[in-house]
Design a protein around this ligand. Structure first.
Ligand SMILES: O=C(CO)COP(=O)(O)O
Length: 254
């Protein structure tokens, strides 16, 4: 079933004390101020997942996500975190294919297909990121590029598996730049993504897939972005590091 989701991707930010302060502030504000049926997902650095989980325990509205997992279940991969590890500490969501992982760690669509399989096999809900660069948009190939990301990383899944996927459209040129996609640009791409899903898995599956927008989303632009019919929520970077602003974004989606 299509859910409203606002996820905060903390990326590589916060010390332990800062992380504790942020999660407790977000929980208090969300509990006090959010009444709608939006699912909040906090995605702290892996080293804080267990601590943040303790703060969230028993809170149905605020859930937990990792920022990545390895495509293998275990082995000699120094520094990596596996999907079974995430499952074993009670993490329900995992961001996969973020453009920063693709850029700095050279993750490919084929590798991401394996990560998706690994996440699903361990009961995790992937938040699969896609999105084009400015050069690709200016060259007019952004739609083909994003379709290829879906095709090569997700469309091998069975309909039953695909039902567990959340998608985040994050145009690279909008991430951390202060340049947000216009509502027209966001809606166009979200509608396109839903059409691709419909072609592959049918209209019902497309209507049931949550598609989030990410890229310089903040408390000012969130209301208009979330008003787009095919935008189901947001994947928030910088603005998720500030409890007041993040909660305001959540309230814009409830
Ligand atoms: O990359 C993002 C979320 O995953 C978006 O980052 P910003 O909100 O900082 O642009």
């Amino acid at each position: 079933m299509r859910k409203k989701i606002v996820a905060g991707n903390w990326k590589m930010n916060k010390t332990l004390d800062e992380a504790k302060a942020l999660v407790s502030e977000v929980i208090n504000m969300v509990n006090d101020e959010v009444t709608g049926d939006v699912q909040v997902v906090l995605c702290p650095p892996a080293v804080y997942l267990t601590t943040v989980r303790q703060y969230l325990s028993g809170n149905g509205r605020v859930s937990l996500g990792a920022q990545n997992c390895h495509e293998k279940p275990s082995g000699a991969y120094t520094g990596e975190v596996s999907a079974p590890m995430l499952q074993s500490i009670g993490v329900p969501y995992v961001i996969l294919g973020h453009s920063e992982r693709r850029q700095y760690f050279h993750e490919t669509n084929a590798q991401l297909a394996e990560k998706i399989n690994q996440a699903l096999a361990n009961g995790l809900t992937p938040i699969f990121c896609c999105g084009e660069s400015l050069e690709q948009r200016e060259a007019g190939i952004h739609q083909d590029f994003v379709r290829q990301q879906l095709t090569e990383s997700l469309f091998h899944l069975s309909p039953e598996q695909f039902a567990h996927i959340v998608i985040a459209y994050e145009p690279i040129w909008a991430i951390g730049t202060g340049l947000t996609a216009s509502t027209a640009q966001a809606q166009e791409m979200h509608e396109l993504l839903r059409r691709h899903i419909a072609e592959k898995y049918g209209e019902e599956a497309a209507q049931n897939t949550s598609i989030l927008y990410g890229g310089s989303c903040n408390e000012k632009n969130a209301p208009e972005l979330f008003a787009c019919p095919d935008v189901d929520g947001g994947l928030i970077g910088g603005a998720s590091l500030k409890s007041r602003e993040f909660t305001n974004i959540v309230k814009a989606r409830q």
